[in-house]
Design a protein around this ligand. Structure first.
Ligand code: CMC
Length: 427
């Protein structure tokens, strides 16, 4: 029997259908609410608002479950590679061998970035943050690929998707090269997606770049863990920008800007900076726990807490284990890893964090691995963006294919009511 919710406003009752998801999540469909009652809902930060129906990612924050297209994140991180996960997220199924091969070839065919893009890049000072540069370059791609995507055509859509998957890692690598004032390289078409990204970032002029299997595998895993996370801040941004029928590249560029913030993807950089600060301060974690609890102090324990997870973030569990393994295999001893573990232990035993169900999130340990791999701190969020790209694409594609209406929330106005204009002499 279909479920119904009743809302009573000033003595009048209104009935609304209840939508049930495939994992039995319930949502009151209030599309007719304003039309029938004149009222709207108010939910700053959208803590209780479902913005769409989606078949891409399922997460249960209470149980700590995360699945892409039905496959558990634990299994994907162990058995799949990043390109397979890209295909899965975007097209809904794991690719066959031939599908994966074609996908890879199509990406490689599109991997050359227009030479004039280098002029745009060189316009930035070396001090520019790589995330700002990446967002601008992604937006600039539109100028070099002006044909807008006809979303009615699967072929057109596919071409645009493959283009951004091909060029985005090149741009990501270039943001680092620009910072270091180094020669810019294009994608190496003979090696894998992740290997090529590392080579474009770290290749020294006139020297062979030697791939390190541990680094490649660790980065592949990190990219998979970041690949999608349903309607988070940057993904919602991509969907809302795309809902105005702005193009794919412009929507992704907006997503990069949203990801940059320290409450979202920028937390991975902020975590390392926080751990460095604790180390420089003598390593006393209790002082920082006290700061995080103090409501007069704006300081938050970076890498802790999550809007949806009220239990362990399953990605954090995998990354914590990987941090030990990767640092061990690379022979890196980083005192910051011990500080992070101590901080986690202290927080998990503290009433403030227990009561609020604050656990380490995906960003708590990821920076430690990036650091061990030789990736500079300012590049951490760029790596997150490369990982999140397939999620943004999948969500944009789903939104356009479902012909979702333009995103346009309402508000409750709390400003001045009508008043007469005052001449400047009388103000
Ligand atoms: N340190 C100290 N207190 C915290 C923290 C934290 N990291 N996170 C939440 N709280 C407190 C918060 O002060 C509030 O306390 P009270 O109920 O007394 O007012 C309570 O916990 C609930 O927090 P909230 O701000 O209402 O929760 P939210 O869902 O709006 O925010 C969050 C989620 C991730 C923005 C927040 O937990 C946070 O700022 N964490 C630190 C930044 C971070 O690590 N971000 C990465 C998120 S995971 C990767 C990603 O999505 O990009």
């Amino acid at each position: 029997m279909s479920k119904v919710a009743t809302i009573e406003i000033e003595g009048k009752k209104y009935e609304f259908p209840v939508v049930v998801g495939t994992e039995n999540e319930l949502a009151i469909d209030i599309k007719q609410l304003r039309g029938q009652s004149g009222a709207i809902t108010l939910d700053p930060g959208y803590k209780n608002t479902g913005a769409c129906e989606s078949a891409i990612t399922f997460l249960d924050g209470e149980k700590g479950i995360l699945r892409y297209r039905g496959y558990s994140i634990e299994e994907l991180a162990e058995k799949a590679d990043f390109l397979e996960v890209c295909y899965l997220l975007i097209f809904g199924e794991l690719p066959s061998k031939s599908q994966l091969q074609k996908f890879n070839t199509d990406i490689l065919d599109q991997s050359i970035v227009n030479e004039d893009m280098k002029t745009v890049l060189n316009g930035f000072p070396e001090s520019a943050h790589p995330m700002g540069v990446l967002s601008s370059l992604t937006s600039a791609l539109t100028a070099f690929n002006p044909k807008s995507v006809n979303v009615e055509s699967e072929e057109d859509m596919y071409r645009a998707i493959v283009k951004i998957l091909a060029k985005f890692p090149v741009l990501a690598a270039w943001t680092l090269r620009r910072k270091n004032n180094q020669t810019l390289y294009n994608k190496d078409t003979n090696i894998g997606y992740v290997e090529s990204l590392l080579k474009m970032m770290f290749q020294k002029e006139g020297k062979n770049y030697k791939q390190n299997k541990t680094v490649v595998n660790a980065l592949d895993k990190l990219l998979i863990l970041h690949a999608d996370h349903e309607q988070n801040c940057s993904t919602s941004t991509v969907r809302i920008v795309g809902s105005s029928h702005a193009g794919l590249f412009a929507s992704i560029s907006a997503g990069v800007s949203a990801l940059w913030g320290p409450l979202h993807g920028g937390a991975n950089q902020a975590v390392i900076e926080m751990l460095e600060e604790i180390k420089a301060d003598g390593g006393d974690t209790s002082k920082f726990i006290a700061k995080a609890k103090d409501k007069e102090d704006p300081f938050r324990l970076m890498g802790f807490g999550h809007r949806v997870y009220k239990n362990f973030d399953p990605r954090a569990k995998i990354i914590k284990k990987a941090a030990d393994e990767v640092l061990g295999q690379l022979g890196v001893e980083d005192p910051i890893l011990e500080i992070a573990k101590g901080l986690e232990k202290a927080a998990l035993e503290d009433q403030y964090f227990v009561e609020r169900k604050l656990y380490p999130n995906v960003d708590f340990y990821s920076g430690i691995i990036y650091r061990a791999m030789g990736i500079p701190t300012e590049m951490f969020t760029v790596m997150f963006a490369v990982g999140r790209l397939p999620g943004w694409i999948a969500q944009w594609r789903e939104m356009r294919m479902r012909k979702e209406p333009i995103g346009r929330p309402r508000q409750v106005y709390i400003g001045e009511t009508h008043r007469k204009f005052k001449d400047i002499e009388n103000r």
